[in-house]
Design a protein around this ligand. Structure first.
Ligand code: PEP
Length: 252
């Protein structure tokens, strides 16, 4: 049995004061949802404040990115150790980082190896662009991102990895993938690739999320799919009622 998992990616939204307010409003209702692993991923400057507010709750904290090096002359970057001081999770390879900040399968893999070394639970994002989708390259692209991004990982650590299938054309566009299509990509592309890397038992233990315009209105359709274990939520994670409702849907 894979425990349902819901993470909120706040992206570049909320000052520290606004983050405090959002968590203050989310905390009680979110804590009451049992049976789901829940994670908030605010921007770096808010991690300290949010970690204080989440103390004593079962809500986890994640960063949206990190560098793979431990320290040094990498101006503007944040190390795995800095993330680990406050977080248990880290999002790696989000499509916005791939599109705007030069993230590649190789850099995702280096970061994943760094997460393994320091003991952070990674949420690794994969997904095809609109152009790739329209030219029927979903299978090739998602298989490549999975196999290169997750290569050289210890099978013992692999079961802890969370993979998020996020078709780029569905992120922040309001054009969510159908639940059937998302499930087919997870079942026919991602899990077979995970099985090739780590063996079938581990592939069946790894949680795979769907992400891309998930809302309270459509979340249950995804969670009803046998191969989808939760959601990575962007825009809707900034709204208390929406995010709580999505999390409750995952618990059912
Ligand atoms: C995301 O940021 O990972 C995401 C899926 O965004 P949205 O839910 O807004 O499409």
């Amino acid at each position: 049995m894979r425990k349902p998992f819901v993470a909120g990616n706040w992206k570049m939204n909320k000052t520290v004061a606004e983050a405090r307010e959002l968590v203050f409003n989310l905390n009680k209702q979110l804590s009451e949802v049992a049976g789901v692993e829940k994670v908030l991923c605010p921007p770096f400057p808010s991690l300290v404040a949010v970690s204080g507010l989440l103390e004593g709750t079962d809500i986890g904290l994640g960063a949206q990115n990190m560098h793979w090096e431990e320290k040094g002359a990498f101006t503007g970057e944040v190390s795995p150790g800095m993330v680990k001081e406050f977080c248990g999770y880290v999002i790696l390879g989000h499509s916005e980082r791939r599109a705007y900040f030069g993230e590649t399968d190789e850099s995702v893999n280096r970061k994943l190896i760094a997460a393994q070394k320091i003991g952070l639970t990674p949420i690794v994002c994969v997904g095809e662009t609109l152009e790739q989708y329209e030219s029927n390259r979903t299978s090739e692209v998602v298989a490549r991102q999975t196999s290169l991004g997750l290569k050289d990982i210890d099978p013992a650590f692999a079961s802890r990895i969370v993979v998020a299938y996020e078709p780029v054309w569905a992120i922040g566009t309001g054009k969510a993938s159908t639940a059937d299509n998302a499930n087919a990509v997870v079942k026919d592309i991602i899990r077979p690739e995970l099985a090739r890397l780590f063996g079938n038992e581990t592939a069946q233990a790894i949680r795979v999320l769907y992400g891309g315009s998930v809302t309270a209105a459509n979340a249950a359709e995804y969670f009803a799919q046998p191969d989808i274990d939760g959601a990575l939520v962007g825009g809707a994670s900034l709204k208390v009622d929406e995010f709580v409702a999505i999390t409750k849907a995952a618990a059912k």
